[in-house]
Every structure is written in C-alpha cells, then in structure tokens.
Design a protein. Structure first.
Length: 296
C-alpha cells in the first residue's frame, strides 16, 4: 500500500522533516480564498494511505480545509487517512459551564472521526475526558506526551537546584513527568480564573522556591495572562530566574516583550504549532507513533 504525507503550506517545514523520517514524499495542499471568505482546496495525488499533517491552530478555517481535503483524497482513491494534528483544537470546552453553552469537544471530535481513520495528537487539552479515544468514537486515536522530547532537549542545561513549576493543578501531570525525567524538584500553583484574560495564582509552598531558578512549564499559551501572572508570583516568591517551556505556542510573537517585562528570560516551545519560539522538535516522537503506517 503506497503512502504519502500532505500538509498546508504553513506547516511544510515540520511536515517535510516528518516525511523524511518516514521515508515518504510530501505534497502541499493548496488553499484558495474567494472574495466572500469561502475557500477552495486542491490536494496532491492521492496515495493509498495519506498522512494529513495539520496542526489545528486557527481552527475555524483549517477544519474546513481538512474536510475538503479529505473529500478530494477519498474521491482520488485514498483508502486510509491519518490526521496528525500536533495541536488539537476545540478540546477545552468539554462540558457546559453555563446554561446555553455548546460543548465543542462533543461536536468536533465526532466530526473528525467521520472524516479520517486515525488521529495522532500531542498533549491534547483534556481535563474531564480521560481517554482520547472517547473524543473520536470508532477510530484509533493517540494523545502523545511532549515531555520526553522536552526532557531530551533540556537535559544537562539546567542546574540541579532548578525547580520545575506548573501554574495550576491541571499542569501537575506533565510538570511531574518532566521533573521526574530531569531529576528535579517540582511545585504546582493554585490558579483562580475570573475570565479568559483574568487569573490569579498563588504558591502555598513558596518557601521551596526562594533563591532557586525556576523552569515554568505549561501546555498551551494563548492569551499569555496565566504566564505573566505566574511569573509575577514566582518573582514575589523570590526565585532567582525564570525560564519557560510550553508545548503549544498560540500567542502572537509580539507578546514576548510582555513576557520579558514579567521576568521571563527565555521561552521555548515545541514544533506542535509553527511559531518563532519553536526550539524543541517533535519529529522523532511523531515518527515513532506513525511507524506502523509505513512498515510493510
């Protein structure tokens, strides 16, 4: 069964490296925008098996591009479609927090499951949903951890006194894993959210932070409010320096100045979403997960 990788132009570099690891060709999916905002999608030649490399940031247009690309590929003869979405959209709304709210996860998950045969993602923003397969009924799905790749990139670069810090209880799972892999202590804050851009963070065990360098870890940085608030709390706790690593960098690059003013001296992200802060490649992680798709 022949196989190939196809991607949107914005992810060509990351998709190309992944394709090279898998020994596959890569084709670009062309997106033409009509004056009224609709799009036309043109895919490359359809192999029997197509790996669609598509980080789903800026999701509203990309989801339409995914649906249209899948239609064209199926009609062109593709028998199996594998979506590689290192960042997976619309997962945060997994319940109705207020009357009348839509539960986006229950809409987008089944929509994607009807479109492709397998989903591979990284550090999906899941809270009350404990198994990624529940998001995508009837198809295979894997939620990979970026922490092994992050640990490999950071190993040997941090002082033994560094404390790995998570901004809230939700971050405890990956902060603990990263700290364990690096052999470092870790601390998790308590976050109270008043809105999308209004949060407060406190560290009940601030004494463990005083006089130590901090490595701040988060899965998604979008508005940046949590990161700035956490950095301010760490400074108040007496840390000597703050470096930051995130899985998904969704924030505008201009916000890096805001982070520096808050005391964050460096910020590195994985390649889950193309971004100027990308410093930690996920190629090896994704290639290992996809090896069974290209092994005869």
């Amino acid at each position: 069964m022949s196989a190939a990788v196809q991607c949107l132009a914005g992810a060509a570099g990351d998709a190309g490296r992944l394709a090279a690891r898998l020994g596959l060709a890569v084709d670009l999916i062309d997106v033409h925008r009509f004056p009224d905002g609709e799009i036309k999608v043109t895919v490359g030649p359809a192999a029997d098996k197509v790996i669609l490399y598509m980080p789903l940031d800026r999701a509203n247009e990309k989801l339409i591009a995914l649906l249209l690309a899948a239609e064209a590929l199926r009609r062109g003869g593709a028998r199996r479609l594998v979506l590689v979405a290192p960042y997976l959209c619309y997962m945060r709304q997994d319940t109705a927090f207020n009357a009348g709210e839509a539960i986006s996860q229950k809409v987008i998950g089944p929509l994607i499951a009807r479109t492709v045969d397998r989903v591979v993602t990284v550090d999906a923003h899941l809270h009350r949903t404990h198994d990624i397969s529940a998001v995508f009924p009837g198809i295979a799905a894997e939620d990979l951890s970026a922490m092994p790749a992050i640990a490999d990139a950071l190993r040997g670069t941090l002082g033994a006194n560094t404390v790995v810090v998570g901004p809230d209880e939700e971050s405890a799972q990956w902060v603990g894993e990263l700290a364990r892999r690096l052999g470092l202590d870790h601390v998790v804050g308590t976050k109270t959210r008043a809105g999308d851009r209004s949060v407060s963070i406190r560290f009940d065990n601030a004494a463990r932070l005083k006089g130590r360098p901090a490595l701040l870890v988060d899965d998604i940085v979008s508005s940046g409010g949590t990161l700035v608030t956490c950095a301010n709390a760490l400074t108040a706790a007496g840390v000597t320096s703050i470096d930051c690593v995130v899985t998904h960098a969704l924030f505008p690059p201009g916000m890096l100045d805001d982070f520096k003013r808050a005391g964050i001296r460096s910020l590195r992200s994985t390649t889950s979403v193309p971004h100027p802060t990308n410093a930690i490649a996920l190629d090896h992680l994704l290639a290992d997960a996809l090896r069974d798709e290209v092994t005869p």
